[in-house]
Ligand binder design. Structure first.
Ligand code: F6P
Length: 377
């Protein structure tokens, strides 16, 4: 019997999504004669039954396109805001899955999508996922598609910031995405030769950062590039956040839960504009002029790199192969040159952060980059 596949993209968009949709669709149709249908705007489109055909005419010419031709959203099946109220749309999703006689739903997304996919698996749907995100923080895959492109953009940006920082003898604080993981900041910081790299995994001491910059000035380098991950925290804030997290974990009554949430929200609020606060602080401590550049969504936009096209295509194609074999309830992970299924239960809820003994961290230290945690030079 001809298999019927549904495809959706969820979470933040990422370069390589269209390459992956094409990889799934072309292999499913061309090699196995399956029918493929798309759902618009992530889980919301599936709940609202908004579809898009994914025939060969649609799949042709999308390999190099950024974004996602299906549209995306951060909506969760069980917590969807409709008319200002939160609704559990799981039943509507199951109904639409059945109405389209789907054999499987393919969900392309990052950490949040893996959790939502597991939720649907637990409701009895056949689900298979692909790991997408510029943050590279999905567990049990070597890498996610989108990361390589964003890494290239962030690295080129640091390259460009060097000449202006150098000309004006300034500190430039460049904020790099990555949510609560430091892969992008660390990778681009090393590749772009940042003088300081600040990561969420390694709370920093602003005095140590200032000292590293002043040491450079003493060596005749009157400019510095500070690559700061958007999730990086000064050590004081990191300690407060850890305490707030403990409070949340131990809150049992409605009142204590509310208190813990409000404490957490306050800390989140405090962390907004942290790149700017860091620059102001460094100006005071070093006497140098500082500027801020937030790379933001530039890192997610535009044409995917060759490496991301290749990764997305081979994972997409492997996904169709696994569907043909009847393998469901898994994420298709990149393990070296292989694409292998990993159970969704092992992936969902497990963010892959930079381990403190990772070789990139050692490399950064060995070339004299300050990570803001220990005094050097
Ligand atoms: O997950 C990708 C990402 O770009 C993160 O790096 C960033 O923290 C987040 O998405 C931004 O989310 P949004 O698109 O919802 O503003």
């Amino acid at each position: 019997m001809t298999k019927q596949i549904g495809v959706l993209t969820a979470g933040g968009d990422s370069p390589g999504l269209n390459a992956a949709i094409r990889g799934v669709g072309k292999t499913a149709d061309g090699c196995y004669g399956m029918r493929v249908i798309g759902f618009r705007d992530g889980f919301r489109g599936l709940a609202e039954n908004r579809t898009q055909p994914l025939g060969s005419d649609v799949l042709s010419g999308i390999l190099t396109l950024g974004g996602t031709i299906l549209g995306t959203s951060r909506d969760k099946p069980h917590k969807m805001i409709i008319g200002g109220k939160t609704h559990d749309m799981t039943d509507a999703i199951i109904e639409n899955y059945q109405a389209h006689h789907l054999d499987v739903l393919v969900c392309l997304g990052g950490g949040g999508t893996q959790k939502n996919a597991l939720h649907l698996k637990q409701q009895g749907l056949n689900i298979i996922t692909l790991p997408k995100t510029i943050d590279n923080d999905v567990a049990h895959t070597d890498v996610t598609f989108g990361f390589d492109t964003a890494l290239g953009i962030a690295t080129e940006s640091i390259d460009r910031l060097h000449s202006t920082a150098h000309s004006h003898h300034r500190i430039i604080v460049v904020e790099i995405m990555g949510h609560r993981a430091g892969w992008l900041a660390l990778g681009a910081g090393i590749a772009g030769g940042a003088d300081v790299i600040l990561l969420p995994e390694l709370p920093y001491d602003v005095n140590i950062v200032a000292e590293a910059i002043c040491n450079r000035v003493r060596r005749g380098k009157k400019f510095s590039i500070v690559a700061v991950a958007e999730g990086a925290l000064p050590k004081e804030l990191a300690a407060q956040r850890a305490a707030a997290q403990r409070l949340q974990e131990h809150a049992t009554t409605k009142k204590t839960k509310k208190q813990a949430q409000s404490e957490w929200d306050q800390l989140e609020q405090q962390h907004r504009n942290h790149a700017l606060q860091l620059a102001i602080h460094l100006e005071k401590l070093t006497g140098l002029e500082a500027r801020v550049t937030i790379l933001g969504y530039l890192q997610r936009g535009g044409t995917p790199s060759a490496a991301d096209r290749l990764l997305a295509t081979r994972l997409g194609s492997a996904c169709a192969r696994l569907i043909h074999q009847g393998v469901y309830g898994v994420m298709v992970a990149a393990h070296g040159d292989q694409a292998e299924p990993v159970l969704l239960e092992e992936v969902a809820g497990h963010r892959r952060r930079v381990p403190l003994d990772h070789p990139w961290i050692e490399t950064a230290r060995q070339v004299g980059t300050s990570l803001g945690d220990e005094r050097i030079g």
